[in-house]
Write a protein that binds this ligand. Structure first.
Ligand code: NAD
Length: 493
């Protein structure tokens, strides 16, 4: 059972939309939200109606010019305040997230604190938005390049990181001087609504931040098609990202952070124990429901046996539990039946095609798991590229492993995918490291670590993994238009 305090927090957000600075009861149909660890219905969202979408976009439109005209320092002060309020309430917000998403409370708290960090980072960046003076080809002229906010942002987000993926778009929008209408995933709406409550408490002006709940195909699509929404900032699957790009009826700024199918290469020179530790973390954290999860691993044949033995043991040692009652569990429930079914399908396909099961392979047993979407961390070996686990994003606690003989072959296999989000390497030999960091066709390459993203470096994918960046200065630039002012002053002519 979800405990009383979480029930009360969620009840206050049940069926609510956040429009023009206030919560209001949505007028549309109610959709249930489940606790994925127990199957219990913890609340409902209101599917925003066309009139409510219009009200949110118009509120964001009205708020845009005054917000853009605020001094950067004033926007920064509000962002710092927002970060402080979120950090101060991290525990309660984390429990809301766990109740709807399944990840253990400690992990959820870490995510909320990273959201607070994003507020502070972008608060600082807001005051450091610089222009340029460009040399001209004639005397008496000066070219100034300034940055102006793009306008109203429609932010559409997935369920795997319900706070951070809202937060990066929210914080960058506010820092740049944009206003925003957020449409969170259907199954994790309450975290986004809880963030909206913090925006109100921080004193962010009415209309600057709005949250609409409902189905992507209706509410998300309405934002994509709305002529008054100047930019769509989307994180989600490649299929929906492509659909958004193709169905957008006006020319509009788009940033699309999409799916991955991320490889790890473990070379002959690697510290195998460190590689095992990294692989276990990045394959199974958040049940593998991470766009930068390690999906497939290529290991030099000389260390293949040792690596597999280590990873099998590490996977079997991870604790799977209800993340609300066991906040320190390694894995909680998966977020819904859908990624669990895909994980099972990828596993069955791999075993049918000759892969060897090294660890996991089934749901944990016991009454406490009976009604939730649980699965044990699973490792399959001797995989080939005719298996789904090596070709497609699994988005579950399953990783495929294969041996390789030379580095060129490993690089080819790692790049043999339509995706290009993140890749990982464990190696100690400098030539191997340099060869792989240049040869891997990915937006992020993490070497001897598995934390590909940090707040002040650009984070984005290539190929079908998307366009645009989040994090860092580059992430903020996605929310600006450049303006070139060519001025003839005549001095020196
Ligand atoms: P999804 O694409 O199904 O949904 C994402 C969001 O899009 C949801 O809010 C959904 O309601 C909305 N949506 C659905 N159809 C829409 C439409 N026609 N128009 C507008 N919006 C629509 O993705 P998901 O299952 O929620 O999330 C998992 C996916 O997200 C994985 O592929 C994962 O790799 C990807 N992801 C990418 C990153 C990244 O930074 N690149 C980060 C996290 C997750």
């Amino acid at each position: 059972m979800t405990d009383q305090s979480i029930r009360e927090s969620i009840a206050a957000l049940d069926g609510m939309l956040f429009v023009d600075g206030a919560f209001r009861a949505g007028q549309g149909a109610r959709l249930p939200v489940q606790n994925p660890a127990t199957g219990e219905i913890i609340g409902h969202i209101a599917a925003a109606t066309a009139a409510e979408v219009e009200a949110a976009v118009q509120a964001a439109r009205r708020a845009f010019r005054p917000w853009a005209a605020e001094l950067p320092k004033a926007r920064a002060t509000l962002l710092h305040r927002l970060g402080d309020l979120i950090a101060a309430d991290a525990d309660a917000m984390a429990r809301i997230m766990t109740a709807e998403q399944g990840k253990p409370v400690n992990e959820a708290r870490g995510e909320i604190l990273k959201l607070a960090e994003a507020c502070h980072f972008y608060a600082e960046e807001a005051t450091r938005v610089l222009g340029e003076i460009i040399p001209n080809d004639q005397p008496g002229f000066q070219s100034l390049v300034t940055r102006e906010p793009v306008g109203v942002v429609g932010a559409i987000t997935p369920w795997n990181y319900p706070a951070e993926l809202v937060g990066w778009k929210l914080c960058a929008s506010l820092a740049a001087g944009c206003t925003i209408v957020i449409k969170p995933a259907e199954i994790t709406p309450f975290t986004a609504l809880a963030i909206a409550a913090k925006c109100a408490a921080a004193g962010i002006p009415a209309g600057v931040v709005n949250v609409l709940t409902g189905k992507g195909s209706q509410v998300g699509q309405a934002l994509v098609e709305h002529p008054q929404v100047d930019k769509i900032a989307f994180t989600g699957s490649s299929a929906v990202g492509l659909h958004i790009q193709q169905s957008c009826p006006q020319v509009k700024r788009l940033s699309l952070e999409l799916g991955g199918n991320c490889p790890l290469i473990v070379t002959a020179s690697a510290d195998v124990a460190a590689a095992v530790k990294g692989a276990a973390r990045r394959s199974f954290r958040n049940c593998g429901q991470i766009c930068i999860a390690i999906n497939r691993i290529y290991v030099h044949r000389s260390v293949y046996g040792a690596f597999l033995a280590g990873l099998g043991k590490a996977a079997e040692g991870l604790r799977v539990a209800n993340g609300l009652t066991d906040p320190a569990a390694d894995l909680g429930a998966m977020a819904s039946a859908e990624p669990l079914a895909k994980t099972r399908a990828h596993l069955a396909d791999a075993l049918e095609r000759g892969a060897r099961l090294i660890a996991g392979g089934s749901a944990p047993e016991g009454a406490e798991y009976a009604n939730g979407h649980f699965f044990r961390p699973t490792v399959v070996a001797d995989c080939t590229h005719d298996m789904l686990v090596m070709r497609e994003e699994t988005f579950g606690p399953l990783v495929g492993v294969a041996p390789y003989d030379d580095l060129a072959e490993a690089t080819l296999l790692a790049n043999d995918t339509p995706y290009g989000l993140a890749s990982y390497v464990y190696a100690r030999d400098l030539t191997e490291i340099a060869t792989l960091s240049a040869g891997l066709d990915y937006g992020n390459v993490a070497i001897n670590n598995v934390d590909a993203g940090i707040m002040n470096a650009p984070y984005g994918g290539r190929k079908q993994s998307g366009v645009g960046y989040e994090h860092g200065r580059e992430g903020l630039l996605e929310y600006f238009n450049f303006k070139h002012v060519r001025l003839h002053h005549g001095v020196g002519a």
